[in-house]
Each structure stands twice: as structure tokens, then as C-alpha cells.
Design a protein around this ligand. Structure first.
Ligand SMILES: [Zn+2]
Length: 378
């Protein structure tokens, strides 16, 4: 049996409030967190063969929760045999709870992928499915195939929900299109979280979508109108609404650092760091597929081969936390944005985003947010 005792740590996310007490300890057995405490009692938990880790006041945080991820390690969730590669790649970077995002594709292909990932949700390898498309605005499609975009409707979405057997936890859609608000209400009634994204909606329409039950903004600032003082748009509508969680890709490419920091100050406790990672994350530069579209990755920046739109990221959650901290976000806030905030936004169970027995194995972070050690079994 593999036993690890970590002591002299600050414990984050235990009751969703970060502790400043550096006497925290945790006992892990075979990669599972079995006991937590503060003070000196940990010495009694050390038995022959126990690995003892002195955290030296560093932060022991819940495993990261990534609610927007398309791939990594050279594979994507669209690949029939890609799931375990994507999962282990992100696990090595601290992610313990992963929602699989699917890009826009023809409906039969999408249904097939949803059914396959539904099975992986049922056996606990992923926490659910996020449909990013096909109900997106052609004018803000980013790296989604224009031929396969569809206006939001119950007719499009209902068969997909059925194929997932309850595994679809999030749908990104453009609420300004045809039946966007009706589709939002339909999804929410069926227990699916709706994210406004890839949208041309103005402030009022975005507000109406939130009133209809939408509760997230997909990769804030990207694939939507920007903030304008006479036309405030979806970003202002989300900032203005305490019910809404704002996804953020903190990689220094998608959003400028000062805006990373500003978003955290303007929406405290409501920013969720996401990777939006595609296959090249944790793998390297080269040519990849995103759905049916070719993507060139150069210097870790992914762009469509045709047109040059940013096509997802090569980010991992540990790098997102580090970037947010470097941009001026306090470490504790960045950690919440990578754990409890996204977990709550989607209502994920199984200890997602928490530091407690039964939750995914925690991570140890340096004061600058960089990952010191992953305790999950890789
Ligand atoms: Zn997107």
C-alpha cells in the first residue's frame, strides 16, 4: 500500500474558504485522500513505509476542475480512443475532474461521440459532457465548422441529450439566434447548465438569456462582442449578474493580463479558469484536427490553418493558475477559480473542487501558483 503524509501545508478549499494556518496535514492512501487535519496529530499517522512530505507552508489545494477542455496529449475527445490520453495528460498537470467539450460537427458524428462519452461519464472517467455547438452564431464561430452550425432548437438538442443519457452537463449556445431563449429554457428544465457563448448578443439579449436560466459565459471576451461603453454586450451583462459564472482562458494569448486581473476584481468568486485545451496541450507544436478543421500550433498557439482564428489553447490548469497569479490575482482566488467555482457552476459531485476525504487527490502549489507536486496516480 502506498501511503503519503503531507504536513505543514496551508489547506485550500476545505470548507471552500482558504486557511492561512500552515499546520495543515493530509494522509493519502493509494492516491486517495483519506484524512485531513491541522496541528501535530499527523505524527501519529506515520507508519513504516509512509512517505512524509514537508510542504513548508505551501498550499495543498483540491485537484483542479476543468469544465471546458477539448483534448491534450495529442488526442481529442472526438477521437474514439482518445479519452484516456487526454485524461492522463491533464491529470499530470493537476486536473482531477474533467468535463469533455465537443466542438461543432455533423449531428450523427456528434451523437456518436456523445453516446461514447456518456459511457465514460457513467464509469466515472469524466464528469460529463459540454456541447460547444452546434448552436453557435456564424458571425462568432471561431474555430467551429461553418457548415455544421445550426440555430438552437429543441429538435436539435433533444436527441443529443437522449444520446448522452444524462451525461451532458453544459451546452454553449448563442441566445440571439431564432429559438435561443426557448432552447435555453428547455435545457435548464432538463438539468443542463447553459453557457452563453460564440454569440453576437447585445446586453439586453444576454440578460434575457440569464433570466431564462443560462448561468455561464463561455470563454469570456473570446468569440463575442467586446466591452463597449455605448454597447456593453455580453461581458457587461455577465459581470452585472451575480447568478453568472464567467469562464476565462488565462494563457496570455486569449485575454490580456490586466483584463485577467480586472475580471477577478469585478466578479469576485464568479470566475472559472478553463483551459479550452485542444490536442496539442501537453504535446507540442504541429498540425492537428479540431473537428473537421486543420489547426496549426506554433509556439504553443493554436490557429486555424485557414483564416488564422485562435483555435483553442494548449493550456493546462496548472499553467492557468500560474498565469492568473502572475497577472496579479491572489493565489487563493486563482485556486478557487480552478476548483470550487467551476465545480459549483456545473453542480459536479464526487468531491469535485473540494479538499475532503473521497475527493480526487490534491495538488501542492508553490506561492507563485506553480505546481509543486501532483498526488494523483498517473
Ligand atoms: Zn469556443
Amino acid at each position: 500500500m502506498n501511503r503519503i503524509l503531507i504536513h505543514s501545508a496551508r489547506l485550500a478549499g476545505r470548507t471552500s474558504v482558504t486557511s492561512s494556518d500552515p499546520s495543515g496535514w493530509a494522509l493519502l492512501q493509494d492516491g486517495a485522500l483519506v484524512e485531513l487535519g491541522t496541528g501535530e496529530r499527523w505524527t501519529r499517522r506515520v507508519s513504516p513505509g509512509t512517505e512524509v512530505v514537508d510542504a513548508g507552508g505551501d498550499l495543498l489545494a483540491p485537484a483542479f476542475v476543468d469544465i471546458h477542455c477539448h483534448g491534450g496529449g495529442g488526442s481529442a475527445f472526438e477521437d474514439a480512443d482518445g479519452l484516456d490520453t487526454v485524461r492522463s495528460t491533464h491529470r499530470a498537470h493537476g486536473t482531477g475532474t474533467l468535463v469533455a467539450s465537443l466542438v461543432t460537427n455533423p449531428l450523427p458524428a456528434l451523437r456518436q461521440a456523445v453516446a461514447r462519452l456518456g459511457a465514460a461519464t457513467a464509469d466515472g472517467r469524466i464528469a460529463g459532457i459540454h456541447l460547444e455547438g452546434p448552436c453557435l452564431s456564424p458571425g462568432q464561430r471561431g474555430a467551429h465548422h461553418p457548415d455544421h452550425l445550426l440555430a438552437p432548437s429543441v429538435a436539435v438538442l433533444e436527441p443529443l441529450l437522449e444520446a448522452g443519457g444524462g451525461a451532458i452537463v453544459q451546452v454553449t449556445l448563442a441566445p440571439e439566434m431564432d429559438a435561443g431563449l426557448a432552447a435555453t429554457r428547455f435545457l435548464v428544465e432538463n438539468g443542463v447548465k447553459v453557457a452563453v457563448g460564440h454569440t453576437e448578443a447585445d446586453y439586453a439579449t444576454t440578460r434575457a438569456a440569464f433570466d431564462a436560466g443560462a448561468s455561464l459565459l463561455t470563454h469570456t471576451f473570446n468569440a463575442m462582442p467586446g466591452l463597449h461603453h455605448r454597447n456593453p454586450g455580453p461581458v457587461a451583462a455577465a459581470l452585472d449578474d451575480g447568478r453568472v459564472v464567467l469562464e476565462l482562458i488565462a494563457d496570455g494569448v486569449h485575454v490580456h493580463d490586466p483584463l485577467i486581473r480586472l475580471l477577478f476584481t469585478q466578479a469576485p468568486g464568479r470566475v472559472a479558469l478553463v483551459t479550452d485545451a485542444m490536442a496539442a496541450a501537453g504535446f507540442g507544436d504541429g498540425t492537428y484536427q479540431l473537428g473537421e478543421l486543420a489547426v496549426e500550433v506554433r509556439d504553443s498557439v493554436a490557429r486555424l490553418a485557414a483564416g488564422g482564428s485562435i483555435a483553442g489553447s494548449t493550456l493546462t490548469m496548472d499553467a492557468a493558475v500560474r498565469r492568473a497569479v502572475a497577472a496579479g490575482v491572489p493565489l487563493d482566488e486563482a485556486v478557487k477559480a480552478a476548483t470550487i467555482v467551476p465545480a459549483r457552476a456545473l453542480g459536479l459531485g464526487h468531491g469535485a473542487g473540494l479538499l475532503e476525504p473521497g475527493a480526487p487527490a490534491p495538488v501542492l502549489l508553490c506561492p507563485d501558483g506553480s505546481l509543486r507536486r501532483v498526488f494523483a496516480r498517473l
